[in-house]
Design a protein around this ligand. Structure first.
Ligand code: DGT
Ligand code: CA
Ligand code: CA
Ligand code: ZN
Length: 575
């Protein structure tokens, strides 16, 4: 499939921005934004839906007009209106919109007041202190913009794992569909399920490499071919993502997988083991000193030749996994998504979620879960309609009523309560102690000093109603740094108090991050992997949390929501 939902989302979002920059009506701008949201949350591929003859204008916020545009994108890979708009807009002006603090309105002001028409202009204006002279741009905004320019520079080179998934799967499908291809796999950081991905490294097994390369460069999602050799090629996809291809003979398939999956340091550790035995390991296989191939066909055989157990890609970071693989039963038996029996953090239309409690419950049932905790925001989060004590009690009543009518799934009445600046919680203890589950999270004052932020969390942990710490580090991948805390101290206190640490599965959060998970695992804390879903589709994002758990070497036993409802209840600290 050439066109992915994400391509459409990006085109519509860009369209909305450019329309706004042009001063178009709010309604047209909003229409594109709404449609982008809808497509982004769709569980199915839009091209497929069109193939099946489904009527896209039935989708929320997608009328006849936008359905037509989607069809155009799917059929041609292009979107005429957007192309024309792009041509009309100064390209460097569009760059400005990549800075989160600058929307179309501010971009227009910057242009008219200071003649700023590019990121470079903006950076100069920040340096000269000219920005703060404009109405609506204080010193703080100036600082934030300066930081965002820097982050943007880093971000340009890397993407979230979730943003490259459709492209990687499409590529794998395409390669596997070719007759001369025996097998194909996207390796590198993508296969290791890292948080971000620089490029995609595809490895193909075939008896006729040159033929595969010829067919590869014909792939319809390719924008431009950088290089093309007898058994390798590099291209840029229309989305801007780079893809490297390497084709090997079937007898080298396993060694090529190990080489290109990396990480470099893992693979070098193996190579050094070979050197110690007077052997040679490269992408073509493991060879003795007479260049006779000892292994290469599968990854297992290579690990085997070193007397190592198979190492899962998520663990190949040279963090000690090679030493463990050398011991009998030394490697952890990593948690898998099938181990998950419920989700303990999600939002509904009661606060800022887009699915009703019932819709969320139905999806949880489809996922085969035994339980789902509804944990809407507390009142401090006014902009997302956070719940007051009264609301929450009403909601809990409704949830308990719903439980009688739903079979096979138990809903828990919970709350994601804000940890206030002084470490107290945003709802009273009587209200909290009546709930089935209380998640405590920080959503404000993210820039406190290490000492204040640490004390804030320690204070929250002291409250016996605090059962789970949600997205503890508060970072957003490629967007926002983690809060500054003494993580070891917080995790230790949480462990001693019986507070569960969340691994938030939202693909921009993945929080705790993998380093935090390693530390917490060594300290012996209990985890919960939760989606924090704000829509029905959000419940399907569990895998990103599982991947972080696996990268942190977690086994099923240290994750509470792999257990029965009863065991979860026991794991939750009681007030
Ligand atoms: P990325 O693309 O930055 O997210 O990270 P990776 O891990 O996918 O790295 P990439 O694309 O540069 O290379 C893919 C794999 O190829 C890498 O994990 C290990 C292997 N590799 C790349 N460059 C070297 C190298 O200079 N030496 C060795 N031994 N292996 C390399
Ligand atoms: Ca890569
Ligand atoms: Ca690469
Ligand atoms: Zn939250």
């Amino acid at each position: 499939m050439a066109v992915h939902n994400r391509d459409i989302v990006e085109m519509f979002e860009e369209m909305a921005d450019l329309l706004e920059l042009e001063g178009e009506s709010v309604f047209r701008v909003q229409a594109y934004r709404q449609a982008a949201t809808t497509i982004g949350e769709l569980g199915r591929n839009v091209s497929k839906m069109l193939e099946d003859g489904e009527d896209l204008s039935e989708l929320r916020g997608v009328g006849e007009d936008l359905a037509g545009k989607i069809q155009e994108i799917v059929e041609t890979g292009n979107f005429d209106d957007l192309e024309r708009l792009r041509e009309r807009t100064v390209p460097s002006l569009r760059e400005l919109l990549t800075i989160p603090q600058i929307g179309p309105k501010r971009a227009k002001v910057l242009h008219s007041e200071l003649g700023i028409a590019s990121l470079e202009d903006l950076e100069n204006a920040v340096e000269d202190g000219r920005l703060r002279e404009i109405k609506g741009f204080g010193k703080r905004t100036e600082q934030k913009i300066s930081a965002a320019i820097e982050t943007g520079r880093r971000k340009k080179q890397r993407r979230l794992l979730s943003e490259v998934e459709e492209a990687a799967q499409g590529l794998e499908d395409y390669l596997r569909s070719l007759r001369s291809v025996e097998d194909a796999c996207v390796t590198g950081s993508y296969r290791r399920r890292a948080e971000t991905v620089g490029d995609l490294d595809s490895v193909v097994s075939s008896h006729s490499p040159a033929k595969v390369v010829d067919q590869f460069v014909d792939y319809e999602a390719i924008d431009n071919v950088i290089s093309k050799g007898k058994a390798s090629s590099s291209v840029i996809l229309r989305s801007g993502l780079q893809v490297d291809l390497r084709v090997v003979k079937p007898e080298s398939w396993g060694s090529a997988l190990i080489y290109f999956t990396g990480a470099k340091d893992h693979q070098i550790a193996l190579r050094d083991m070979a050197i110690d035995k007077d052997q040679k390991l490269n992408e073509y296989g493991l060879f003795d000193k007479n260049d006779k191939q000892l292994a290469g066909k599968t990854e297992e055989r290579i690990y085997n030749a070193f007397k190592l157990a198979y190492v899962e890609p998520e663990m190949r970071e040279n963090r000690g996994e090679v030493e463990l693989a050398a011991k009998k039963n030394g490697l952890p038996s990593l948690i898998t998504i099938d181990d998950i029996r419920g989700d303990l953090h999600c939002h509904s239309t009661w606060s800022d979620g887009r699915g009703s409690i019932e819709e969320m419950a139905n999806r949880a049932k489809e996922l085969g879960y035994d339980y789902l905790a509804i944990t809407d925001h507390s009142k401090r989060m006014r902009m997302v309609n956070g719940l007051s004590s009264d609301d929450l009690q009403k909601q809990a009543e409704e949830i308990r009523k719903l439980n009688d009518s739903i079979n096979g799934l138990t809903l828990l009445a919970g709350c994601e309560v804000d940890i206030l600046e002084d470490g107290t919680l945003d709802l009273s203890d009587d209200v909290l102690s009546d709930l089935d589950i209380v998640i405590c999270s920080i959503h404000s004052k993210m820039d406190l000093s290490n000492k204040k932020q640490t004390n804030r969390l320690l204070k929250a942990i002291e409250n016996p109603n605090c059962q789970v710490l949600g997205h503890l580090q508060g970072r957003k991948i490629l967007e926002r740094e983690a809060i500054d805390i003494d993580l070891e101290r917080v995790l230790t206190e949480a462990r001693d108090a019986g507070v569960i640490i969340e691994i938030n599965a939202d693909p921009v959060r993945r929080d705790l991050d993998e380093n935090g998970v390693h530390l917490a695992r060594e300290l012996g804390v209990n985890f919960a992997v939760n989606t924090d879903a704000h829509s029905v589709a959000g419940l399907d994002q569990m895998k990103y949390g599982i991947w972080t758990a696996r990268r942190g070497w977690l086994e099923k036993k240290s994750v509470v929501n792999t257990g029965t409802l009863n065991s979860v209840k026991k794991a939750l600290r009681s007030a």
